[in-house]
Design a protein. Structure first.
Ligand code: SF4
Length: 452
């Protein structure tokens, strides 16, 4: 049975947050009061409110006497008045009532991206409902636990290829209005895709979903020659957002296959980039995904073998695979410069430095983001816990219990504002940046979308 918390007479109840007993003990004073038909998920922030469910985040409690029949509550998150104000707006948009003793701030004081996301998710414009008066008997208990130190990896977040791809779609939308069709996700991030969709982009899996003669954008991950040929045959206008560093790998695939080599492509079979690269010379390319695959890979002539890699692999694991390939095929040739791109390499170097200092590492990125997943794996290989989060709403309180130092980074397709949300939600008492290198790479835009 849940135990009551808060002052005598409070209607606050202890809910099941899905955490173990010792975690509950640790956060006992931080639990949130829940009334009426509300349920609690244990998520630390605003996702459920964003989706208009009557649930509340659990970070710190406001234990207040409430009128009978009250549906919802209010909450604190640390000492951040912006968070409180934003949460109040979200609660109001859910049609619930809010009480609180802290003065709310307007949602407009938060980063614009956060507010836009909330408004889109709720389907309603920001509420202008005034902050209701606190009920007379309200009493407040707040956590006095300080937030963790956050160690922020640098470089992190968007790379030049992602910046370019997103800008291409944005410019097309600005020039021509929607809908603009994009084959596959322009980059592997749910927030980027949702944001562009809301502005008129239409993401499709295959060209079959696009009318003949229409404009279509190819994503940053590239396409096979067969896809280009179909677009041409059907009279489509193609705007190519393929990252130039992916194009480099395609060019190498054609060159290596053209000189008669078997091309060993190191990568993940289900990734769009690999599908595209394989399509350059399918009859001469074989895929190797793991170290174990090296023992069984078959080639026409062991003296004529080249290798290429996906751009977003783990640098250390890939080096092992290449070494094993060279063990089997001593004449193995590779690209003149590494195919694993600068952004992938730099983010891995940076998170390695962060992992050494942190008790736990959070990686912001989507599940289908290869380079984000590699960052999580890298930290775990160093013996530290790491979690991939699409945004702040994925953080589970139990991950952070007893963690003094939280490492934070983002994959190359995750926007920066998502990290701002995480830092705010963690209520970090200090943010330290660990910069391992500074990036200056920029790619030019295709002619179709350059300013005239
Ligand atoms: S991660 Fe690398 S290859 Fe992929 S878009 Fe960014 S720079 Fe290009």
């Amino acid at each position: 049975m849940p135990k009551p918390v808060g002052p005598a007479g409070s209607r606050a109840v202890r809910a099941d947050f899905g955490v173990s007993n010792w975690v509950e003990e640790r956060v006992r004073d931080d639990l949130l009061g829940v009334w009426g038909d509300a349920t609690v998920t244990g998520k630390p922030v605003h996702s459920d409110l964003d989706s208009r469910k009557k649930t509340l985040p659990v970070v710190a409690a406001l234990n207040a006497d409430t009128p009978a029949g009250a549906t919802l509550v209010s909450l604190y998150h640390g000492d951040d008045p912006l968070d409180l104000g934003h949460a109040a707006e979200l609660i109001e948009r859910c049609g619930a009532r809010v009480w609180g003793q802290a003065r709310p701030t307007s949602c407009s004081t938060r980063p614009a991206t956060t507010c836009a996301r909330s408004t889109r998710a709720s389907g309603r414009p920001a509420s202008s409902t005034p902050w209701p008066a606190s009920p007379p008997a309200a009493t407040t208990e707040r956590s006095t636990m300080p937030g963790p130190v956050v160690v922020l990896a640098s470089p992190r977040s968007f790379c030049a290829g992602v910046e370019r791809a997103v800008e291409i779609v944005e410019r097309l939308l600005a020039q021509r209005g929607g809908p603009i069709h994009v084959r596959k996700q322009i980059v592997h991030n749910t927030h980027v895709v949702a944001d562009l969709e809301a502005r008129g982009a239409v993401f499709v899996d295959e060209l079959a979903e696009v009318a003949d003669g229409a404009t279509v954008v190819f994503s940053a991950h590239g396409v096979s020659p067969a896809v280009r040929a179909e677009a041409e045959r059907r009279g489509m206008e193609v705007v190519d957002a393929t990252c130039p560093l992916v194009t480099k790998v395609h060019t190498e695939a054609r060159r290596f296959a053209g000189r008669g080599d078997t091309v060993v492509l190191i990568g993940h079979a289900d990734h769009e980039e690999v599908e595209g690269t394989l399509g350059e010379a399918p009859e001469r390319t074989v895929l190797v995904q793991t170290l174990d695959d090296v023992a069984t890979v078959e080639v026409d002539d062991p003296t004529r073998v080249s290798y290429l890699t996906q751009t977003t692999l783990a640098v250390d694991e890939t080096a092992e695979i290449v070494a094993a390939l060279r063990g089997r095929f001593p004449a193995l040739k590779g690209p003149a410069s590494a195919d694993i791109c600068y952004a992938t390499t730099n983010r891995q170097d940076a998170v390695r430095a962060v992992a050494d200092e942190a008790d736990v590492v959070l990686v912001v990125g989507s599940e289908n983001s290869s380079n984000s997943v590699r960052l999580v794996e890298l930290v775990r290989r160093r013996g530290k816990p790491a979690h991939l989060i699409d945004d702040v709403t994925d953080i589970r309180p139990e991950w952070l219990v007893g963690k003094e130092t939280v490492g934070l980074t983002a994959g190359a397709s995750a926007p920066t504002h998502l990290l701002d949300d995480v830092i705010a939600a963690l209520d970090a008492r200090e943010v330290r940046v660990r910069e391992t290198t500074r990036e200056t790479v920029q790619f030019t835009l295709p002619l179709d979308v350059r300013p005239r």
